[in-house]
Design a protein around this ligand. Structure first.
Ligand SMILES: [Fe+2]
Length: 292
């Protein structure tokens, strides 16, 4: 099609969609083109703004390494990660859910652990924490044999993949729920942390004068054949950034309850409800630890 007007451009691109053999791919591409072109028209995007946008998109890839996933970080900072999560869990967005953002720091292949083991693998100062979890179905029946991957930042606010001072896979471990659906581990109480700002996510936050903190949390990935695999996070109710999470992850259903013990350590109990569905492990956003 020879293009005569600005309206023709959209029609020309949409007209090519009929060549796309996969129906879902065709649907996604058509919606993407419609919304993208509508955005450009409504914003009256200037040529200078377009060039800056191209540079930012390129920088997302350039900033991404085996130990850092900038696109995942940016999708959280734009609220897209949690929107996708909430639309696809909790009976397709109609009920509260323990599902939450996977986040940019999940690594596959964390060490298998027995219930009660510690996930502290190198000296990690901080208040001791014992976590007691339970996995159950919507009727409260225990789910035995669920694989539960756990990961968290150190009390200094760094994941081991960001911090050459921590041992490989420090504060990461993989547990299996027992006959009563329970699993437990020992660790340290995590701190809130700043997300990296040396890429496009930092440019976004600075442009909006937003802080880059995430409220303290623990990450979980719960996998059991016959049930929909969920990523989850349990948040610290005392964190000052609970209602301004820079990744828009905090939901009411995921605020935990740390109980201080007589010896100054903490106990945290939490129940995860999973629903029937596809057990599919997510693609890990990172694969390695930062070099020293
Ligand atoms: Fe995190």
């Amino acid at each position: 099609m020879i293009i005569e007007t600005q309206e023709d451009v959209t029609q020309a691109v949409l007209a090519e969609m009929h060549r796309t053999p996969d129906p879902r791919t065709a649907e996604l591409l058509e919606l993407l083109v419609r919304h993208l072109h509508a955005f450009v028209r409504e914003a009256r995007l200037t040529e200078k703004e377009f060039q800056e946008a191209i540079a930012l998109v390129n920088a997302i890839g350039q900033r991404t390494t085996p130990s850092h996933n900038e696109a995942m970080l940016l999708s959280g900072a734009l609220g897209v990660s949690n929107l996708v999560c909430l639309l696809n869990n909790g009976a397709r967005g109609t009920r509260p859910t323990q599902a939450n953002n996977l986040g940019p720091f999940y690594r596959a292949g964390s060490p298998p652990c027995a219930n009660g083991d510690t996930i502290v693998r190198s000296p990690t100062p901080g208040a001791a924490l014992v976590f007691h979890g339970r996995v159950e179905d919507a009727d409260g029946r225990p789910i035995a044999g669920a694989e539960v991957d756990v990961w968290q930042s150190s009390p200094k606010g760094l994941y081991e993949n960001q911090d050459p001072a921590q041992a490989e896979m420090n504060l990461r471990g993989r547990f299996v729920s027992d006959a009563d659906g329970r699993f437990s581990f020992r660790s340290v109480r995590p701190a809130g942390y700043p997300v990296p700002t040396d890429g496009p996510t930092g440019t976004l936050l600075a442009a909006q004068k937003r802080h880059n903190m995430r409220p303290a949390h623990l990450h979980f990935l719960i996998h059991k054949p016959g049930f929909k695999t969920i990523a989850s996070q349990v948040y610290d109710p005392q964190d000052p950034h609970l209602d301004t999470d820079s990744q828009f992850g905090v939901t009411q259903a995921l605020i935990g309850n740390y109980e201080e013990q007589k010896d100054g350590s903490y106990r945290l109990e939490f129940t995860f409800v999973i629903e029937p569905g596809e057990a599919r492990l997510p693609r890990a956003p990172i694969s390695a630890k930062a070099a020293a």
